[in-house]
Design a protein around this ligand. Structure first.
Ligand code: ADP
Ligand code: MG
Length: 334
């Protein structure tokens, strides 16, 4: 459906998009996830033919976006980060204008406008000035214009930014719904949002693609519990000595709560965290020291996201797009 090959965008000697290569298949919802400044908007602007590339290719259903822009663009509906809404117009007027610009006329134009108004649920406000609409409704009008011309692919750049929690849920539901009839690509810097909506996630940081997988796989691979938190009546010295005898401990972090109580965060690279928990339990018992508390902690998605994006300089991805094993051990270093 969409193939992006070695896409690079440089501004002077700053590289905003750095050698991106990936394939988008029909009928899925893809999430571009990355912190601000990662290069999401730049990539989307290039994919939709709104911005030139320094190097690389983008093909939409085989049409090169730079060589056959008209054919390629017909297949895409785009809601940019700052949609060019005309505030003095009504949604109806605006949609008519956009529809005509997309080459729709007469009965077909009328039918499609009705359709997208219905799909994005803006019937109630279609005759009000856009300037009087809430951000949530404006975003719907933006999505409605993207749907005109019945494009196969809908690309939405951070559609939930600036919305209140209820509007966010409504837009997410709309995106999910669109995913049933279109290929949808949307960007976000919010991990949980991408997880909730997408069936494929592309994590972008510093212009590079650092992971491309199903959310559940990313979670499975990256979110296994890797930290044991204990509270004990041993001293820091005794704790250090006890833990030194246990394999697969990759990091410890101690905090003396008071003279007799210590809290220790223990990170492990063992596959089975319960084995390590058991070993810790008996090691303390053997020294006559009590474990007063013990709990397991998963790396949370935010940690992983920060880790992946901060370490993006030395993270590599496999040819099939999944994160390399080295990333896993780096991530468990959180
Ligand atoms: P995102 O959408 O992920 O927040 P952008 O694609 O907007 O990121 O920006 C990626 C990087 O490129 C940022 O560091 C931004 O400052 C830079 N950038 C974007 N547009 C320009 C431009 N016209 N000139 C110079 N730098 C730019
Ligand atoms: Mg952006």
């Amino acid at each position: 459906m969409i193939s992006v090959e070695h896409l690079t965008k440089r501004y002077g000697d700053f590289t905003a998009v750095d050698d991106l290569t990936f394939e988008i298949n029909e009928g899925h919802v893809y999430g571009f996830l990355g912190p601000n400044g990662a290069g999401k908007s730049t990539t989307m602007n290039i994919m939709t033919g709104c911005l030139s590339a320094t190097e690389g290719h983008v093909r939409i259903d085989g049409y090169d976006i730079f060589e056959e822009p008209n054919k390629a663009k017909k297949l895409i509906g785009y809601l940019p980060e700052q949609p060019p809404l005309y505030l003095n117009e009504t949604p109806l007027e605006y949609l008519r204008f956009v529809g005509e610009a997309k080459g729709l006329r007469g009965a077909e134009l009328k039918k499609q406008i009705e359709q997208v108004i219905h799909q994005t649920r803006i019937e109630d406000v279609k005759n009000r000035r856009i300037s009087s609409l809430s951000k949530g409704y404006r975003q719907r009008v933006g999505i409605a214009q993207a749907l005109l011309g019945n494009p196969k692919v809908i690309i939405l750049d951070e559609p939930t930014v600036g919305l209140d929690p209820i509007q966010i849920i409504e837009i997410r539901d709309l995106v999910k719904e669109l995913g049933q009839t279109h290929t949808v690509i949307f960007s976000s810097h919010i991990l949980s949002e991408v997880q909730a909506i997408c069936d494929q996630v592309l994590i972008i940081a510093k212009g590079k693609l650092i992971a491309f997988d199903k959310p559940e796989n990313l979670e499975k691979r990256l979110l296994a519990p890797n930290e044991i938190i204990i509270t004990s009546d041993a001293t820091a010295e005794e704790t250090k000595e006890i833990l030194a005898g246990i394999d697969h401990i990759i990091d410890t972090n101690m905090e003396e709560k008071d003279t007799k109580i210590i809290e220790v965060h223990i990170r492990t690279d063992h596959d089975n965290i319960y084995e390590i928990s058991r070993a810790i339990f008996f090691a303390f018992a053997a020294k006559g020291k009590a474990l007063l508390e013990m709990s397991l902690k998963k790396a949370n998605l935010e940690d992983i996201f920060i880790e992946l994006t901060e370490k993006s300089d030395d993270t590599e991805i496999l040819e099939n797009g999944t994160v390399m094993e080295t990333t896993k051990s780096e991530v468990s270093d959180v």
